[in-house]
Design a protein around this ligand. Structure first.
Ligand code: G
Ligand code: G
Ligand code: MN
Ligand code: NA
Length: 251
């Protein structure tokens, strides 16, 4: 059967769920939040990562549906964790260009009860390429008014200019793992990451390092002044239940 048909069936059968990768405060190593990452509980093939279905979902025009589903399930999981005694300060969800261009986006968010600062939207830099897009501009302003933060994902790989940082005023920059990996040892790469962190500092924007694979990386990023750390050094993405067990065991 075609993957496209299976995706549509999977949506109906509720097979798409978020997994969660924890993020830690670089100075205290306290749990600061999680990134929600979509997974497909495929009936025969097990748990599939986005590289197996996201491109086809885009062609099918259903990424906005998946994004909404991930947000709603994240809010439900957050309540479940809270009931079990685990407070997760913030959940970051990835938002596709399609969803950000959707006229209905703000209306669909208004029905959800989101407290200020609880949810963050990760947007990739290419979304901002067309800054003349009125829908995108209005949606970004509306998202902020609803108390949802904006993060720029994969920062350093795309097209964001300093001028557009001033305009968009994101809460956070996520430093791409291609820049994070060589931060130990390579002096020029280290200087580059330091500059990004300093730009963030001077504009009041937090920085998140992604792809932090070793504690040596974590220490170096802390020294460079990075605010938050995410990566395999701490944890891989986990199912809702596994994340609860992980975070509870950590105290
Ligand atoms: O989890 P990895 O877990 O394999 O994620 C791969 C990529 O898929 C990430 O770079 C992320 O941008 C994208 N992605 C993960 N979850 C979602 C989601 O819920 N919505 C969208 N639009 N993209 C996602
Ligand atoms: O593009 P986005 O930042 O949303 O991507 C998150 C992706 O990065 C997911 O596929 C996730 O599984 C992956 N990831 C998370 N931590 C690490 C890490 O420490 N190293 C590597 N190589 N990938 C990571
Ligand atoms: Mn992301
Ligand atoms: Na990223």
């Amino acid at each position: 059967k075609r993957v496209a048909d299976e995706i549509l069936e999977g949506i109906e059968r509720d097979e798409f769920v978020p997994w969660y990768q924890p993020q830690f405060d670089a100075s205290t190593l306290a749990l600061a939040g999680v990134e929600a990452l979509i997974r497909w509980r495929h009936p025969r093939e097990g748990t599939l990562t986005p590289d197996r279905f996201l491109r086809i979902a885009e062609e099918l025009n259903v990424t906005a549906v998946l994004d909404r589903l991930v947000l709603e399930k994240s809010l439900a999981d957050r309540m479940r964790w809270a009931a079990a005694g685990l407070v997760v300060p913030k959940i970051s969800v990835n938002v596709s260009a399609k969803r950000l261009q959707d006229h209905e986006l703000l209306a669909s968010l208004q029905g959800l009860s989101i407290a200020p600062g609880q949810i963050s939207f990760e947007l990739v830099e290419s979304i901002f390429l067309d800054e003349s897009d009125d829908v995108v501009t209005a949606n970004i302003e509306g998202i902020k008014r609803l108390g949802i933060d904006i993060e720029i994902d994969d920062f350093g790989t795309g097209h964001t200019s300093i001028v557009s940082l001033l305009k968009i005023k994101p809460k956070r920059l996520k430093i791409d793992r291609q820049l994070v990996a060589p931060v130990i040892g390579a002096r020029r790469e280290q200087a580059l990451v330091r500059s990004i962190i300093d730009i963030g500092r001077s504009l009041g924007i937090e920085t998140v390092a992604e792809g932090v694979e070793t504690m040596a990386h974590a220490e170096m990023l802390g020294i460079l002044g990075c605010d938050l750390l995410q990566g395999y050094a701490f944890s891989r993405p986990l199912s809702s239940g596994d994340f609860l067990a992980f975070a509870t065991a950590k105290g």
